[in-house]
Design a protein around this ligand. Structure first.
Ligand code: NAD
Ligand code: ZN
Length: 251
């Protein structure tokens, strides 16, 4: 059984690292970008999610964000997030590297979370740099579009996420690569592994000798790299995997 094999591998980890993508939050009610029911079947990312487009027309960005915001802001961690937090506490994982911007790993209790694409919980004014919570900005979208900066009145309030065309946060990428080089096991969950440099991280880990475990609803381009591939839902597979790893000891 592949879950059993994956649990044995994880049980032996001393420097285990998880790499997660949108799929781990799907069961919390946050739609993924790609795959069935993915957001990009509804929106054209080039129209709404590039920095050029945001600067041209923040209203178009916030029109999508106004619709999508409530589901993200009210989402709660699911058993998949909780299992990863448990595996960190038991010493089987040292960190979670995530492409997600929803903050659910932190809510679940994961301590060391590296956010490759920033956080959607904060919004920043591109003119004066003032930050405020996404929740507060969301609250005024009903009567102010696009939302304005409370301090300077600027029109370019941008969530602190990495849009297409923006650089990735250098510190986060370096930390993720350093973790990958040291990892003995990498648990990859809910990512289509087509967005770079995130998709490179399992390759770096594998070259450095880590065993790769992939848990995803559908095949990924990196399945050939993995010691074990489990096709299933993160919220169902991860609790079982964590339980079995704990029962096999280690950590
Ligand atoms: P993606 O949308 O490209 O891929 C998601 C993958 O998860 C797919 O391969 C899909 O088959 C799989 N999946 C769907 N439901 C699953 C489940 N219940 N269990 C396990 N796997 C499941 O996501 P990505 O690879 O993270 O890359 C896309 C970008 O989308 C990232 O840059 C990320 O910042 C952004 N994003 C973030 C969120 C979020 O913060 N929750 C949501 C959507 C997109
Ligand atoms: Zn401002």
């Amino acid at each position: 059984m592949s879950v059993e094999r994956a649990a044995e591998i994880l049980a032996s980890a001393a420097q285990g690292v998880a790499l997660t993508g949108a799929g781990i939050s799907a069961e919390s009610g946050i739609p993924t970008f790609r795959g069935e029911g993915g957001l990009w079947t509804q929106y054209d990312p080039v129209k709404v999610a590039t920095i050029e487009r945001f600067r041209e027309d923040p209203r178009a960005y916030w029109t999508v964000a106004r619709e999508r915001g409530p589901a993200v802001l009210s989402a709660e961690p699911n058993p998949g997030h909780l299992a990863l937090a448990g595996l960190e506490q038991s010493g089987h994982l040292v960190a979670v590297v995530t492409q997600n911007t929803d903050g659910l790993h932190q809510d679940a209790g994961s301590d060391r979370v590296i956010e490759l694409h920033g956080s959607g919980r904060t919004v920043q004014c591109l003119d004066c740099g003032t930050r405020e919570s996404r929740r507060d900005v969301q609250g005024r979208l009903e009567f102010q579009m696009p939302p304005r900066c409370r301090i300077c009145g600027g029109m370019f309030l941008k969530p602190t996420v990495v849009l297409f065309g923006e650089p990735m946060p250098v510190d986060a990428v370096e930390e993720a690569l350093a973790l990958a080089r040291r990892a003995d096991v990498m648990l990859v969950v809910g990512t289509s592994l087509v967005v770079y440099p995130a998709a490179d991280i399992p390759v770096v880990a594998s070259r450095a000798g880590a065993a790769i475990i992939i848990v995803n609803a559908e095949p990924t381009p990196m399945d050939g790299l993995a010691a074990v591939v489990i096709h299933g839902r993160a919220g169902e597979v991860l609790p079982e995997l964590a339980y079995r790893a704990l029962m096999s000891g280690g950590g």
